[in-house]
Structure formats: structure tokens, C-alpha cells
Design a protein around this ligand. Structure first.
Ligand code: 5RP
Length: 232
């Protein structure tokens, strides 16, 4: 897919997801270049249709975009249960288990995914895989980065501390933590690996989302059209 086609696909699925939002909903707003189009479309619907919604942003990026497009913001204290969440993913397997966190927003994204009754995952076809094999980002307490790295190595990873771009030193997440990217190769048992990683003291969250397949709807677009996929 050419870079232009890819942008068209992202726009198509983002806009399609925004059409699922109904008046009065509280919506989790994911992070990344695909959700960008969903937030933009929500802004259009607010302006043109008078759609009244509130959004829970998963990052500073999502919050800034939402403000720019006129989406009222709220949080999980005000709304511990969300009607819907819209988010992207780095990989999706046939049971709708995900790798997320390229944008380092995985911690709040998982909180929002967990709080949402329904989750729309917006992706282009390159994200759909038979087996998850992308490096799994892990959000780690800086104090424990060394000991956590050793534990992740013992699980079979090749842990790499994520470095900033146009910023010297490590990436600092919106929550003040480090990200360690863990290449495991093909992941044979995502559910077990997720449980093992999050049990390590100092790991705050990991980018494997293996428990949400039943409430996820995948909106898959290639620029020519969208397919809506569900396990239900
Ligand atoms: C951010 C994420 C993103 O949702 C994921 O990386 C997909 O991003 P994009 O839509 O830009 O491909 O997990 O932490």
C-alpha cells in the first residue's frame, strides 16, 4: 500500500468509527494517526449535527486533538464506565488480541479499553496477522528499569529501552515512566505472556491486550472500503 493509500485507509476507518458514536455517549479516545481521523470526524459531527458527547483521552496527544476539534473532555473518575472506545493497534490476531503502544500510550489505552462496554479498533490490513510478533512495549517504573529488563530477558525478550526522537535519553511517557520494547519473535501464548509480564514488580503495564476480544469490533479499511469484523 502506498503512503497515500495508507493515509486514505486510516481516514476511512477513522471516519467510519466516528459514525458509530451516538448522542450522549462518553467515548474513550485512543492515540495515534488513525484515531486522529475519528476525532476530526467527531468534531465535524459536533459542529454540523450538534452531537453532544464527552471524550476520555488516552494521552496528551488525544486530549490536544480533541480540544482542537471541539470534543468536550472528561475522565475515568467522572465516568468509570464508557459507552465506547475508539483506538488503533499495531497488530491484531484472529482472536482480536492486540499489540499496542507504538505511541507509548498503552497504559491509559488499556485503562480505557477495560472501562469501555464496546471497543472499536481501527486498522489498515497490514495490522492483521496470524500470530502477534511485533515488539511488545512495556511501561516501566524508571526506578526498576534495570531489574525489570533482566526479568523480561528471562521471559525470552530482547529488551530495548525506547530512546527519544529530538530528545536525548529515554522516552518519558505521559505518566512519567520509561518504555522498554520487547521483541519476543512470534508470541505463542499472548494471554500467558501478558500475565507473566504484568506480574513483574516495576512493570506498570504491557502492550499485549489479550482479554478484550469479545467486546472488540475491528474496522478494517484499505482505502476502497471498510469491513467490520466481530467475534460475536
Ligand atoms: C499508541 C497506540 C496506537 O493506537 C497504535 O500504535 C496505532 O497507531 P496508528 O493508528 O498511528 O498506526 O497503541 O500507543
Amino acid at each position: 500500500m502506498s503512503p497515500l493509500d495508507l493515509v486514505a485507509a486510516k481516514r476511512m476507518v477513522g471516519c467510519r468509527a466516528a459514525e458509530e458514536v451516538r448522542d450522549g455517549m462518553v467515548v474513550g479516545l485512543g492515540t495515534g494517526s488513525t484515531v486522529f481521523f475519528a476525532i476530526e470526524r467527531l468534531g465535524e459531527r459536533i459542529a454540523k449535527e450538534g452531537l453532544s458527547i464527552a471524550g476520555v483521552p488516552t494521552s496528551y496527544q488525544a486530549a490536544m486533538r480533541a480540544r482542537r476539534y471541539g470534543v468536550l473532555l472528561t475522565d475515568l473518575d467522572e465516568h468509570p464506565e464508557l459507552d465506547l472506545a475508539i483506538d488503533g493497534a499495531d497488530q491484531v490476531d484472529p482472536r482480536f488480541r492486540l499489540v499496542k503502544g507504538r505511541g507509548a500510550a498503552l497504559l491509559r489505552e488499556k485503562c480505557v479499553c477495560d472501562a469501555a462496554r464496546e471497543v472499536l479498533i481501527v486498522v489498515d490490513p497490514s495490522k492483521m496477522v496470524e500470530r502477534l510478533d511485533a515488539p511488545v512495549p512495556v511501561e516501566v517504573l524508571p526506578f526498576a528499569a534495570g531489574s525489570v529488563s533482566r526479568r523480561l530477558e528471562a521471559l525470552g525478550a530482547d529488551p530495548v529501552l525506547r530512546e527519544g526522537v529530538r530528545k536525548d535519553g529515554p522516552v518519558i511517557t505521559d505518566n512519567g515512566n520509561f518504555i522498554i520494547d520487547c521483541n519476543f519473535g512470534p508470541v505463542t501464548n499472548p494471554d500467558r505472556l501478558e500475565a507473566e509480564m504484568i506480574s513483574i514488580p516495576g512493570v506498570i503495564e504491557c502492550g499485549l491486550f489479550s482479554a478484550y476480544g469479545e467486546k472488540i469490533t475491528v474496522i478494517l479499511g484499505d482505502g476502497d472500503g471498510c469491513r467490520v469484523l466481530s467475534l460475536r
